[in-house]
Design a protein around this ligand. Structure first.
Ligand code: DNO
Length: 389
């Protein structure tokens, strides 16, 4: 696999010269300053591409070329937005950037409730707590009918939490769930937004009447339009699975399981329509067996995110060590090295540890924790190759 690293552009405090020293070959990045839905021009693409190349690296993957909400909910503007998407894809292909990751999650991308869950050894992990999330839904968003989406066991804990939670904790929850984890990935709600909850509710309202079937049809429509362009320019599109892989906040989610993956691959059956195999997202659903999924979908996988999770029956998800837990990273390396030897792979998230605990990074994207996991996985890759000789 190609060893890649997610870099957030020239403003990222983790510099390209640092990445070169630790064995990174390719960069995963986006044009973070271009608003969603606008065209990525050849000039803007080439500027960042050449900058990366100055450091002896290459721009391997776009993560992400965002899909605007109107494309996902099927709004009046989707025709224009899809045309822009096609132009951006063509421009990337012409510039030689050939792997493009995106997601089809309505309104909210990945979801965490704690950005600093103590591991008891001085390091911290990202965490999803279903009680806090249900609290956010029922008591902060006050979404109509929300309570019936959660089991009694969870709702009883929500009532208990309601008695003791402070205003600061409520604000912290909002900041974690819809600001800090979202701003840098989707741009829907950015840091500094004065009233994130009301903005978020407006976004949710756009999806009224959009259920699982409608969202599927909108994804199919999108793929039918963009995959031919990807094919023409030699670009591999790869959708990121939903994280966590189940419906949330009354919104459908449609890239959650083997059945879903099979569905979108068949919806437009073309090798340029592929998957980002995110072991962390997929493993956080107890219904998924990542090894089985990797065996089944390796050939349509164009990008791999290596990460692991520990999940319990009530739905608590801890981001585990990269070599333990449900992510089965060692076995995944074996499968992808065999089936897709050159596929770009990046370490997804890392523990917040050592000198990094006092620094500011995008959540999950600190340096030392990711570097530690990167070194672990490089060791696994070397061992797998040696044993396969
Ligand atoms: C979170 C990321 C996701 C991912 C997007 C891809 O850490 O894995 O935000 O980049 O879903 O479109």
């Amino acid at each position: 696999m190609e060893r890649t690293w997610r870099w957030f552009g020239k403003k990222d405090s983790i510099r390209l010269d640092m990445l070169r020293q630790i064995g990174v070959e390719g960069i995963v990045t986006s044009l973070h300053d271009v608003p969603n839905g606008e065209i990525w021009t050849p000039e803007a693409i080439n500027e960042i591409k050449h900058y990366i190349e100055l450091f002896g690296l290459r721009w391997s993957v776009v993560e992400s070329l965002p899909v605007s909400e109107a494309i996902k909910y099927g709004g009046a503007d989707r025709g224009r937005l899809i045309e822009n998407y096609k132009i951006s894809l063509a421009n990337l292909g012409k510039a030689g950037v050939k792997t493009v990751c995106y997601n089809f999650m309505p309104v909210i991308d990945w979801i965490r409730t704690d950005l600093r869950k103590s591991n008891g050894d001085g390091s911290y992990s990202l965490f999803f707590d279903p009680v806090k999330f249900a609290y956010f839904d029922c008591r902060i968003l006050e979404r109509q009918g929300a309570e019936k989406d959660y089991p009694d066991k969870i709702m009883n804990q929500v009532y208990d939490l309601d008695k003791v939670i402070t205003q600061a904790e409520r604000d912290g929850l909002v900041d974690t769930i819809i600001v800090k984890t979202q701003g840098f990935v989707s741009g829907n709600i950015r840091e500094g937004e004065k009233n994130p909850v009301s903005l978020f509710k407006q976004l949710l309202a756009l999806y009224e009447g959009v259920g699982r079937e409608e969202l599927r049809q909108n994804m199919k429509y999108f793929l039918e339009q963009v995959v031919p362009v990807a094919e023409e320019y030699g670009v591999n599109l790869c959708v990121h699975p939903d994280d966590p892989p189940f419906p949330v906040l009354g919104l459908p989610r449609i890239v959650t399981s083997a059945e879903d993956i099979e569905w979108f691959l068949q919806a437009v059956d073309n090798p340029h329509n592929g998957l980002t195999f995110c072991a962390g997202s997929l493993s956080s659903g107890l219904h998924n067996d990542v090894v089985e999924l990797a065996r089944r979908f390796a050939r349509r996988t164009h990008f791999v995110h290596l990460r692991s999770t520990e999940v319990n029956e009530d739905g608590y998800v801890l981001e585990a060590s990269h070599l333990e837990g449900r992510g089965q990273v060692i076995e995944l390396v074996r499968i992808f090295e065999r089936e897709r030897p050159g596929v770009p792979m990046r370490i997804d998230h890392g523990r917040l540890m050592l000198d990094d605990t006092g620094k500011t990074y995008n959540p999950g994207y600190s340096f030392l924790g990711r570097m530690y996991a990167f070194a672990q996985v490089m060791g696994v890759m070397a061992a797998v190759k040696e044993l396969d000789k």
